[in-house]
Design a protein around this ligand. Structure first.
Ligand code: ZN
Ligand code: CA
Length: 415
């Protein structure tokens, strides 16, 4: 009898197959194991969650273009997804983040439609690298059969991130846990090598290897929500009931998304209060992109989520708003193409020196992992030592200028 019961439990857990999103698990893992991330995440969360601070500039109706780089990591020809599959995902993002998705009016109940928001974000495949070289915004790599996409996507065995201040990095591959759809890191990961999102190729775009019921590109829509600081409607808890439901870390910090205790999946019938913290006439907003329902059964972000996401964009992730990554190069003879320089030593302890054979670096900004300029130096000639013994250990970015023109951003590690 015990054996039969055990078998039943095993079968039950397998039948509850797909895991929509591992963002909470990944967040908790990095909070536990990466002190740099923990410190930044806690500081940034405090700042972005303050109700008296707003970085939003959405009143001007400016659509911000986000440069995207797609890193395809494949083991088989099938997993080396087509440009058409990638382009289908970009088109879906541009519908979903502009509230132009055709299913908005059919999937969103009429009582919820007025909550819907145009997040005013436009996604483009990168048109130039950080070094001002032409790019399609798509990188592909055949990885070893032993490669674990889930954990090693951003390492040298996979494909390292492009400058996370200037690009949204998306890795597409086959998770070894094939039930996992995707995950992303919140803004606290900015500047860290794993910042961005990971999506299983079977859940990317709406053609090629995309597989029902996750074949309408909503996994990337959802994960980019996390990247811009949106949480699940139940927060980072799971199954929080009673007085803790919808409170503190069991809340998404957004007033117009009703609090729930746990994810909805499949395609519930409206209205549904089965996971609501408190039953209401309209029930839970299970058709929100940040829930776990099927791709065909989610279709909007709310105005409250827009404020939170734009705070993240215009605060921590503001490098994206000024990035040239999505702007095409004008001509191949742009002198930036010939810009050669060195920054030594790196990692550095006391100081470093920048040299360039072609041009005088007459100004340097040192930027911390929160995107703040913490030091600016101006020079009349190359080769002057820049003191950094007052900086704490960690990762910094050094912006190099000539005549007020920014030439290059280089990563610096201070020991
Ligand atoms: Zn999620
Ligand atoms: Ca809420």
């Amino acid at each position: 009898m015990k054996k039969i019961l055990l078998l039943f439990i095993i079968i039950s857990s397998f039948s509850n197959a797909q895991q929509r999103c591992n963002a909470t698990e990944k967040l908790n893992e990095k909070l536990a194991n990466d002190p740099v991330f923990r410190e930044k995440h806690n500081r940034i969360s405090q700042l972005l969650n303050r109700s008296d601070v707003s970085f939003s500039t959405n009143s001007t109706n400016v659509v911000v273009t986000i440069p995207v780089v797609i890193h395809v990591l494949y083991k088989t020809a099938q997993q080396n997804i087509s440009d058409a599959q990638i382009n289908s995902q970009i088109a879906i993002l541009n519908a979903d983040y502009r509230k132009l998705n055709a299913d908005f009016s059919t999937v969103i109940p009429s009582v919820f439609q007025s909550f819907g928001a145009d997040l005013e974000l436009n996604f483009v495949l990168a048109k130039r690298t950080i070094n001002n070289q032409f790019t399609t915004g798509i990188e592909r790599k055949l990885v070893a059969s032993s490669f674990i996409f889930d954990n090693n996507y951003y390492t040298a065995d996979g494909l390292p991130a492009w400058d996370t201040y200037n690009y949204l990095n998306i890795w597409v591959g086959r998770f070894s846990d094939t039930t996992l759809l995707g995950f992303a890191y919140p803004p606290g990961a900015l500047g860290l090598p794993y910042d961005g999102l990971c999506i299983g190729d079977q859940f990317f775009g709406n053609t090629g290897t995309a597989t029902a019921p996750y074949n309408k590109g909503r996994t990337a829509t959802h994960e980019i929500g996390h990247y811009f600081n949106l949480a699940h409607p139940w927060g980072n808890g799971n199954g929080a009931t009673g007085t803790s439901c919808g409170v503190g870390s069991n809340s998404d910090g957004v007033a117009d998304t009703p609090s729930t205790s746990a994810p909805y999946d499949g395609c519930p019938i409206f209205p549904d209060n089965s996971k609501a913290c408190a039953a209401t006439t309209n029930g839970s907003m299970f058709m929100n992109y940040m829930d776990y329902t099927n791709d065909a059964c989610m279709a909007f972000f709310t105005a409250g989520q827009k404020i939170r996401a734009l705070n993240a964009l215009n605060g921590t992730r503001s490098g994206l708003t000024t990035s040239l990554g999505g702007t095409a190069l004008l001509g191949t003879k742009d002198y930036d193409n010939n810009f050669v320089f060195s920054l030594n030593p790196n990692p550095a302890n006391e100081s470093f020196v920048i040299s360039s054979p072609h041009i005088t670096i007459d100004k340097v900004d040192i930027i911390n992992s929160l995107g703040q300029i913490i030091k600016t130096k101006q020079f009349a000639q190359n080769g002057v030592a820049i003191e950094i013994d007052d900086l704490t250990s960690g990762i910094y970015f050094v912006k190099l200028y000539n005549n007020n023109k920014m030439l290059k951003t280089e990563r610096l590690i201070k020991n």
